[in-house]
Design a protein around this ligand. Structure first.
Ligand code: NAD
Ligand code: ZN
Length: 253
């Protein structure tokens, strides 16, 4: 059922949360747009200008690794230091009540952790772009360190321990999905009784399979997204409003 206006949406969502025992939020780029991070699919986005580089190209040559990092730093300069938005803060409030003990995100921006959710309780399907890892030995590098080296040598640095390639801790196109995160996401999806899909166009698989799995398993499904999604038909509640506006009343200090 599609909520006709903002107040109806908030009331319905509140009732669903009230009735649930295990709420599982699942977030996409739409929850972070009010923080100044453009999503992928809304028109005129940053991503039409700064295309992501596929994993095999990153591996194939130094030039592409240099280019990947060059683009990452352009993004950093364009976006600045984003802060959690109203949606993140509302979900952190729900987390603190114990009703939503963990969440799944497709985002790579670390804003759920920044809003106070313990890193262990944020299941990241596409990794995290706010730090880097050696692809071989998994040693962690901070972006500031990579940038310093990059600017000093005009070359993407390699791992100091093993010589492996250093890449942001994200899952690039063509890179294997993180098995542990997928398994945890699947388990939680099967345990929840309310699945909240927030700010995702729900077109990227396998991520988009989770709302379907939850619904088939008997959970209720609420979708909060400005645009229609393919799953609106099977949802118990569809809210096509601004995420921050819808979730702001759920913020508790
Ligand atoms: P998407 O871009 O496909 O979909 C975002 C959806 O959010 C769109 O349907 C849009 O209409 C909606 N939306 C945007 N702002 C909104 C708002 N304020 N209120 C309500 N709805 C709003 O995003 P996706 O499904 O997450 O897939 C994109 C992939 O790209 C992600 O999996 C992620 O890995 C990556 N990405 C991440 C970030 C981030 O970390 N913040 C940003 C861009 C892309
Ligand atoms: Zn290494």
């Amino acid at each position: 059922m599609i909520a006709s206006d903002l107040n109806t949406a908030i009331a319905r969502l509140g009732a669903l949360v009230e009735e649930a025992h295990f709420v599982l939020p699942f977030t996409g780029a739409g929850i972070s747009t009010e923080c100044g991070i453009p999503d992928f699919r809304s028109p005129g986005g940053l991503w039409s200008k700064i295309q992501p580089i596929p994993f095999d190209a990153f591996l194939a040559g130094q030039e592409m690794r240099d280019e990947t990092w060059r683009r990452r730093f352009i993004l950093a300069d364009a976006i600045g230091r984003p802060q959690p938005g109203r949606g993140h803060r509302a979900l952190a409030s729900l987390y603190r009540t114990g009703k939503a003990p963990a969440l799944i995100t497709q985002n790579i921006d670390n804003l759920h952790q920044d809003s106070g959710i313990a890193p262990a309780d944020v299941v990241e399907l596409h990794g995290n772009t706010t730090y880097a890892l050696c692809l071989d030995c998994a040693r962690r590098y901070e972006l500031g360190w990579v940038r310093e080296k990059f600017e000093a040598t005009a070359r993407a640095p390699d791992c100091e321990a093993c010589g492996g390639y250093i890449k942001t801790a994200t899952i690039s196109f063509g890179q294997a999905m993180p098995e542990e995160a997928l398994r945890r996401a699947e388990n939680m999806t099967l345990r929840c009784d309310l699945f909240l899909a927030i700010g995702s166009s729900l077109v990227v698989w396998p991520a988009a399979g989770f709302p379907l799995t939850a619904k088939r398993n008997g959970a209720r499904l609420a979708i909060i997204n400005r645009e229609a999604t393919d799953f609106d038909e099977i949802a118990d509640l569809v809210v096509r409003q601004d995420i921050g506006d819808v979730l702001a009343p759920f913020i508790r200090h």
